[in-house]
Design a protein around this ligand. Sequence first.
Ligand code: UDP
Length: 367
Amino acid sequence: MKKEYDYLIVGAGLYGAVCAYELTKKGYRCLVIDKRKHVGGNIYTRNEHGINVHVYGAHIFHTSNEEIWNYINQFAEFNNFINSPIAIYKGNRYHLPFNMNTFVEIWPDISTPEQAKERIEKEKAEFHIEEPKNLEEQAINLVGKTIYERLIKGYTAKQWGRPCTELPPFIIKRLPVRFEFNNNYFNDIYQGIPIGGYTQIINRMLEKIDLKLNADFFANRQYFEQIASRIIYTGPIDQFFEYKYGPLEYRTVRFETETLDIPDYQGNAVINYTEYEVPFTRIIEHKHFEFGKQDKTVISKEYSSSWKLGDEPYYPVNNDKNNELYQKYKIEADKLSNVHFGGRLGQYKYYDMDKVILEALNYIKSL
Ligand code: UDP
């Protein structure tokens, strides 16, 4: 018997929405469901006092892939926001990412790229790390011990809930190290924030598509499994298999968001608090993503903590133990010819938004 839908898409986040949009364009009948009461997954933004609040954490779109940039620009106009966070360590301010501005702030006696390189080499030489095996070694190899201790060690331990010696090196490789006076946090060619927020992007993608919110796949699994010929599942892969090999580890984030009756709280979208003793990792001031001039401001303090059942998973913890566990689930997943797993949670990968779109488009092309 022909099913009501060709595709059930579990999760109305970026991966699910791109798949739904592309499949509908190809003539497939899609149903998108999401357990939340809104679309967008973690890129959801909500307008408060004229300010688009990044409810599940700051999202700054950046990519070097022209095709992906053009793709996302179909759904919103982007501004020219450039992420240039500031770090505060013991009351002192430093520029991020690690660039000449940071180096002269850390070592006031230097002023040229040559001198900065020399100073980092000197600090590195004290450690002789050939092949970095963990984040601490990788960080020292990149920027030396002083910057590691002031700007990386505490922040990373707070974000991941374990010391840098127990974390994989690749996490820190996300950040540029530059011997120029350039505070752009990303190396990508294209960068910006959608004017009016991210939710409109997902709304536009899902405009002509059947959508059920407040619909938890697991609360009604039998019903949802028979409604469509195929499933695109963007939730946590371990949950799909009822945690049969044990739960994968995630980090979750708690936001303390407040509206203040002042036009500007911190003068920047992102300020990181890099010392371990300050309990939050960063403060986001949402209006600065869109250069807002409102009378009020909305700020969010971000607290990172370990995930337990019932919490929202944000970051996969891609260490060896979890990657091996993920492989077990992946083998199970590959056996299911009518279910495809996608996105940060479905593929247990620390994806950025551009990568999510690329993966979704590649998947659709492969059909
Ligand atoms: N990081 C750091 N100090 C900072 C900012 C970042 O040590 O002030 C490190 C930290 O290990 C973090 C990683 O860089 O986990 C990636 O940071 P990013 O800002 O890319 O993380 P996201 O925005 O995805 O949370």
